[in-house]
Design a protein around this ligand. Structure first.
Ligand SMILES: Cc1cc2nc3c(=O)[nH]c(=O)nc-3n(C[C@H](O)[C@H](O)[C@H](O)COP(=O)(O)OP(=O)(O)OC[C@H]3O[C@@H](n4cnc5c(N)ncnc54)[C@H](O)[C@@H]3O)c2cc1C
Length: 381
């Protein structure tokens, strides 16, 4: 029976923190290295819906179901679809769905509160990982060097661990989102447009999205197809220029919709990158990946965080199985099998929405879900 006594988790996102929690429950010794200087250094992003078999299951296995239920917002699962003229094509309240929303900040807080305070090493960006003759690895950052039996890359899209196991790099999917923030009291028109959960307005290679978050906030996205260099230019532009560029891109759209771009606080530029679908690598003893580091995909399948949490459950089981590295090889195979269809769905969803007739494909997707999920959902025109 092989056992791993020291485990380094690089990255304190949902996947890395969930893994730390599960290892701790099994009495294993892990350290999380996180580049953020503290938990609230940067806004963690919008709302996430946790799915029954993956995200919600992970919260149950981690014995954090009560904390999750206290923060989750099952009332915010509705969907609306508009065309670019502001015509409401589809509206459902999502009642009876089982994908409750939770703010990303709340999810991170629940996971952090479940760990001893010194388990996460804040302000600890990992800059190098070197193999040791003993079989483990030395991880180093500014001002620290430590040795571990196992290193887990849970460090997201631009993972520093991934290049040690794989040559794959994320490629640009042709679409960039500008992330926008609103609060409902200041922006009643945005509040009314959004409905009970999330609204999409889609057409002509473009989309406007608004999604309810907790505490009276709404997170929005204005997305356009653009070349990668235009996306880089946008990322370097001032807030005023970003707003002007996006208003020009949506000039033919209804003013009721472009109001989102006019009044939203510009939070960030999110170019859509993805790893190759079914990304896998030759198994490398004592190094593995989870979450976005292993299978970055666009958010258009709504699976990213769910997969990261499910990976953590399977990897914790493998690491604590006492079977040594073969158990990790099995984890990697399961992870690839689970993430590949989601990645395919995410790529298809992105390409269908950002197409000349994007609204038709999004409507077809919603109607398909109605057929599966029942009569409380309705098409309005
Ligand atoms: C605009 C947008 C909307 C999304 N919406 C959804 C959604 O609705 N539903 C959904 O399921 N998913 C969504 N996602 C995807 C989801 O955010 C990710 O799949 C999920 O966060 C992956 O978790 P992770 O723990 O693997 O990585 P991350 O959340 O990226 O966490 C990685 C962590 O590693 C840290 N880190 C990075 N490099 C280093 C280093 N060298 N050293 C130390 N620390 C490091 C980072 O600071 C970060 O805290 C969305 C993504 C985007 C961009």
């Amino acid at each position: 029976m092989a056992s791993f006594s020291r485990i380094a988790i690089v990255g304190g996102g949902p996947g890395g923190l969930m893994l730390a929690r599960l290892l701790l429950m099994r009495g294993m010794n892990a350290a999380v290295f996180e580049r953020d200087t503290h938990a609230d250094e940067r806004p963690q992003g919008g709302s996430l819906d946790l799915h029954a078999d993956t995200g919600q299951r992970a919260m149950r296995v981690a014995e954090l179901e009560t904390q999750f239920s206290a923060e989750a917002r099952p009332e915010h699962q509705g969907d609306r679809l508009y065309d670019q003229h502001g015509t409401l094509l589809f509206d459902r309240d999502g009642e009876g769905d089982d994908r409750p929303e939770i703010d990303r900040t709340a999810l991170r807080r629940i996971l952090l509160d479940s760990l001893p305070p010194d388990l996460v090493r804040w302000d600890s960006r990992i800059e190098s990982i070197k193999p040791l003759a003993s079989g483990g690895h030395e991880v180093a950052g500014r001002g620290f060097v430590e040795q571990f039996d196992i290193v887990v890359g849970a460090d997201g899209a631009w993972s520093n661990v991934r290049p040690l196991v794989s040559d794959a790099a994320p490629s640009y999917g042709g679409v960039t989102l500008v992330e926008l923030g609103f609060d409902t009291q200041r922006h009643p028109a945005v509040d009314a447009l959004t409905g009970s959960g999330k609204m999409f307005a889609v057409g002509d290679n473009r989309a406007l999205i608004a999604q309810r978050n907790g505490l009276g906030h709404i997170r929005g996205y204005a997305g356009v197809r653009m070349p990668e260099d235009a996306s880089r230019y946008l990322a370097q532009s001032s807030v005023e220029d970003v707003r002007a560029i996006m208003l020009e891109a949506f000039a033919a759209w209804s003013p009721e919709l472009t109001h989102l771009i006019e009044v939203g606080d510009v939070i960030g530029i999110r170019p859509m990158y993805a790893l190759p679908i079914g990304h896998h690598w030759p198994n490398q003893p004592r190094l593995t990946l989870l979450g976005d580091a292993a299978h970055l995909m666009s958010p258009f399948s709504g699976e990213g965080v769910n997969l990261a949490l499910a990976d953590a459950v399977d990897l914790a089981e493998a690491l604590s199985s006492g079977e040594g590295w073969p158990a990790i090889e099995r984890y990697e195979a399961i992870m690839v099998e689970r993430s590949a269809p989601a990645a395919e769905g995410a790529a298809a969803g992105l390409n269908a929405a950002f197409s000349p007739a994007g609204v038709d494909s999004v409507l077809a997707h919603y109607l398909e879900r109605v057929a599966v999920s029942g009569p409380e959902n309705r098409q309005v025109s």
